[in-house]
Design a protein around this ligand. Structure first.
Ligand code: C2E
Ligand code: CA
Ligand code: CA
Ligand code: CA
Length: 278
């Protein structure tokens, strides 16, 4: 009985410590904020460089504190990934985006919507069922969804990642490799994962035209994308010179402050609605 009591006391103490940590820590704050509706999607338009039309958007999360401050993802995504909070957060963002974009996206297969996933999402096939169940009951269709996997963080299991990507592709979901040129994978991710879209990182777009080596890297990435039958999206485009340099290279899609920053849902939907359907 004495041993049992000691054990119970020990577990009780551990529970208390754990409970206290859960109630107060940054992770607990995030779960509370999620229940409170403080995580909101913003939408950065994706532009067709040939026509100037909006092709879709990328969803970028913001934490809107009760006092109205908008906290950028850099301040909490790391902790969200380490703690596993990124899983409920990502699904909540998808549901919100599906709801907010639904009326504008219904019957507009030309409009796409991109979501950021993290390396951990490409370890467990359950993400496929989750995504399918959200968008199969939505006016945003699976064929309008683009999932972005970043090259920046190493993928723990390449075979699992490839299998998950293949299942998404079978469901009509397209997959992009994000931040291309900055990551651990080098060329191997591009070759092995067989994604549909290559997003060239801002780092290389910044130096486009200015710096010969970066320009050469962009040229070879574009060339590689063509050979692998991948679409190219340029990110972080800030100047008209960069737009022109991309157009000359045959890049069709881009996002960046030169066109629009990430916008609240209502502003993004207004922009799209102001544009005649193709
Ligand atoms: P990312 O996926 O590479 O997203 C692009 C980032 O560049 C966004 O920053 C966007 O606001 C910013 N950006 C877009 N155009 C320009 C430009 O012309 N100039 C400059 N200087 N910046 C531009 P943001 O929203 O702060 O997001 C940072 C990163 O946080 C994202 O990088 C992504 O890796 C991550 N992130 C954002 N939302 C989510 C999310 O819902 N889930 C996950 N897993 N990660 C997210
Ligand atoms: Ca992204
Ligand atoms: Ca990116
Ligand atoms: Ca980037």
């Amino acid at each position: 009985a004495a041993v049992g009591g000691g054990l119970g006391f020990g577990i009780g103490l551990a529970g208390l410590v754990l409970f206290g940590w859960r109630e107060r820590g940054p992770v607990a704050d995030m779960y509370r904020a999620l229940r409170n509706g403080e995580f909101i999607p913003h939408y950065q338009p994706l532009i067709d460089l040939d026509t100037g039309r909006i092709l879709g958007c990328e969803v970028l999360v913001r934490w809107r504190k009760p006092d109205g401050r908008l906290i950028p993802p850099g301040a909490f995504i790391g902790e969200a990934e380490r703690s596993g909070f990124i899983f409920p957060l990502t699904l909540a963002l998808m549901r919100q985006a599906a709801e907010e974009l639904g009326p504008t996206y219904a019957g507009r297969p030309d409009l796409k919507c991109g979501f950021n996933l993290c390396a951990a999402h490409f370890r467990d096939e359950r993400i496929v069922g989750d995504v399918v169940s959200i968008f199969s009951h939505s006016d945003v269709k699976l064929s309008q969804v683009l999932l972005e996997v970043t090259e920046r963080d190493p993928l723990p299991d390449m075979d699992a990642a490839r299998a998950i990507i293949a299942r998404f592709q079978e469901m009509g979901v397209r997959v992009a490799l994000d931040d291309v040129g900055t990551g651990h994978g080098g060329m191997s991710y591009l070759l092995k994962l067989r994604v549909d879209v290559m997003k060239i990182d801002k780092l290389f777009i910044d130096a486009l035209g200015a710096e010969r080596q970066s320009t050469a890297i962009v040229d070879s990435l574009i060339d590689l994308a063509a050979h692998l039958n991948m679409e190219v999206i340029a990110e972080g485009v800030e100047t008209f010179e960069q737009v022109e340099a991309l157009r000359r290279r045959g890049v069709r899609s881009a996002q960046g402050y030169v066109f629009a920053p990430p916008l609240p849902g209502s502003s993004y939907c207004q922009l799209v609605q102001a544009m005649e359907p193709a």
